[in-house]
Design a protein around this ligand. Sequence first.
Ligand code: NAP
Ligand code: ZN
Length: 359
Amino acid sequence: MAMETPNHTQTVAGWAAHSSSGKIVPYTFKRRENGVNDVTIKVMYCGICHTDLHHVKNDWGITMYPVVPGHEITGVITKVGNNVKNFKVGDRVGVGCLAASCLECEFCKSSQENYCDQIQFTYNGIFWDGSVTYGGYSQMLVADHRYVVRVPDNLPMDAAAPLLCAGITVFSPMKDSQLLESPGKKVGIVGLGGLGHVAVKMAKAFGHHVTVISTSPSKEKEAKQRLGADDFIVSTNTEQMQRGKRTLDVILDTVSAKHSLGPILELLKVNGTLVVVGAPDKPIDLPSFPLIFGKRAVKGSMTGGMKETQEMMDVCGKHNITCDIEVIKPDQINEALDRLSKNDVRYRFVIDIAGRSKL
Ligand code: NAP
Ligand code: ZN
């Protein structure tokens, strides 16, 4: 049973993994009452991020079972607390990775809550009241309004859901690399999965030349024709990798498994930057030669702050950017996780929690 915390009186139906087998089963648990700063959300859709897979399998060794995954949540507000002025019942909203932060440090004060050292996540975190957080594989969520964003009216709730993690995780380093305001750069995206495919769409919308670096030759046609990529390099093809040397200004690496950064760094121009957002459980190889010979930099980036998450949603609304999704029913979550582990998804599974779609 869920940890007993005072005020956790609301019974919620959800789906959880109970061990590193990763098997998801129906799970009933308690959420807190709607506090003065909270909104209650009827969950409509929840994307399946590779981070959910890492968690249910305990890849990173940090999972607290039972874990109710899900941090790509869209839904409708059904209740607002007394201090909440910016949302009302009926609003279409989204919740991503963040559930709580200290609200006082320099990062919280500048809306970089994602880098607060007391950050707590939407699931597998410890909320301010000491309870373990449970994510969006559930029918209802209580969220502090400071970690909730609006979904633009023109975006469908299912295809917008993955923007809440995949979208912001690639938007934030693009903004940080000045890709929003200076078009015409050569941008590389490594790994054409959930994060990668949104990154291609965003980089194209911001006016860049986009090269996908992939292990899957079968994705080339779609990458170019549907997602708008300009170039496609198969990372196992040494000839193609050789030809791509010193061509890119910025690369985003979204790969979920252990790999070497050396050959990818070679694709950067002198002074180029590689931003790692993928989170393999094992250390990635970082050879020194491609770094020093090209004065190249490697940095990381974790999701985004709340202000920029809203900015990202609005930018997606403006450019009509949504995710390419495969909608599933809750009883198909295990099959979807299995397919995700085999790199068999184009490009994001989204769970129809409220049962609204015709499946
Ligand atoms: P995903 O949909 O599974 O996509 C990952 C892609 O990586 C795959 O589509 C595949 O692309 C490539 N790939 C998979 N195995 C590979 C291997 N062995 N070698 C080389 N490439 C491989 O996953 P996702 O949801 O986009 O998430 C990607 C990673 O980002 C995960 O580790 C996740 O935990 C992490 N993440 C980080 C943040 C953050 O804040 N930094 C946020 C969300 C997710 P190709 O077929 O094109 O090669
Ligand atoms: Zn995620």
